[in-house]
Write a protein that binds this ligand. Sequence first.
Ligand code: NAI
Length: 484
Amino acid sequence: MTKIAVANGDGIGPEIMEAVLSVFKAAKVPLEYDFVDMGKWVFDKGYSNGMTPDAQQTIESLGILFKGPMETPKGKGVKSVNVTARKTWNTYANKRTFQTLHGVDTVFSKAGIPIDITIVRENIEDTYGGIEHMLTHDVALSRRFITRPGSIQVIKYAFEMAKKKGTKRITCGHKANIMKLTDGLFLDVFYEIAKEYPELKADDVIVDDLCMKLVSRPDLFDVVVLTNLQGDIVSDLCAGLVGGLGFAPSANIGDHICIFEAVHGTAPDIAGKNIANPTALLLSGIGMLRHLGLMEAAIMIENALLYTLESSVHTGDFGDRSIPSLSTTDFANAIIGNFGKEPAHNPKPYMPNQPATPTLFKLDDYPMLESVESQQERIVGVDLFIESNEQPSVIAEKSLKHTLNIFKLVTISNRGTQVWPTGSSFTNLVNQYACRFESIGDAPVTQVDIVELYKRLAQDFKICSTELLNKWGDKKAYSLAQGQ
Ligand code: NAI
């Protein structure tokens, strides 16, 4: 029998996990559970990443984690155990499915508009690295990493999944019109991979437009792939379209370890009352059963759940208020009582089990993801970010003294807007500028040249951050300042 790791989680976690596992038990799901210690309570015991070493070892050896929601302790310096788990085990794709559920009334179900959207959200990179620094007492910086190998992993997964699901359309949501290098890279990779799937219609929509279109015509979308933060926001929007967080399941997919969990959090306001809705965790569990090839059990439970929802049986967070709501436990029992029944709408066809035991192996080294370097790379300058509350013309005057006959001062910007050599005195300034130095005649420069420039400029300013300016062939590998 396949063994999986289970973490109950915090808040409503233990209640909804118990309800879901009672449904699995009644359905005789052939799984064994190894309960692991993870969550806020483990963090409180002094394990700074929210899990015990035993838990980590068990999850890494079993390859599947079914988890309840976990609280992120409030306070500076404490990282979310949920995000740590996704990143540590490289679950690069977060798949969230949002479907019309009959019995869960929404604006769209009442209007007869069916919804079946799968959001694939990149799960490791973006601002979720949480790499942040105060550059001055007024200026905070967050680093946003979008990488080619990371984008390839998640976008490839999205195309494969769309193909298996038999979808026709796959859409990339992005903001490449503004973030030309980061979102631009993600979008480029999307269209590179699209060429391998000519049977799928691949298109892209700018993320703000996507939000507007999703709330007006959600039926036009099928699979949507996005970067991490945009995907997080858009998937909660989609949860709202189908009835709320109580109905949003998710799977965190990696090559070695997969984590199945609900989208919602620990719901501290209703924890311990046995009134939480276990549907999202149950749907996540059904996704896990499918992933493990346990199709018969997955389909029987899903049909029973859909039948139960259609019968107007509900917990307190949704459904017909004139019908009394059930507790978490009774809701689970109602589903068990409906085993063998088929919903009137979209019953799932019975399918034989397709055993797919997770491939287990031990990794000795960290896998290195790297794509082939295709063009000549060279350093042609540097952006030095300095702290100053002086006017741009004064900063220019001081900076120009230090160019060493190697560099020219090209632009000075403040919050990304050029303020020297041209600009507008209507631009508000903060006490942090970027001074861009490029090599004279576009000649390659060395890191030693840059250190020398740094030392010279440091005589006049506190330098808070440094970024090299690279060129790949003739292409600038850096953005221009607004107005440059
Ligand atoms: P939340 O999702 O826990 O709650 C938002 C609202 O939805 C609350 O009113 C809650 O009662 C309701 N709700 C959520 N799940 C429900 C369910 N199954 N049945 C009925 N009502 C439900 O979000 P919130 O309050 O922002 O976060 C609480 C904690 O959860 C935080 O510590 C947060 O970090 C953590 N969290 C954990 C996640 C995870 O483990 N994957 C995801 C999101 C938040």
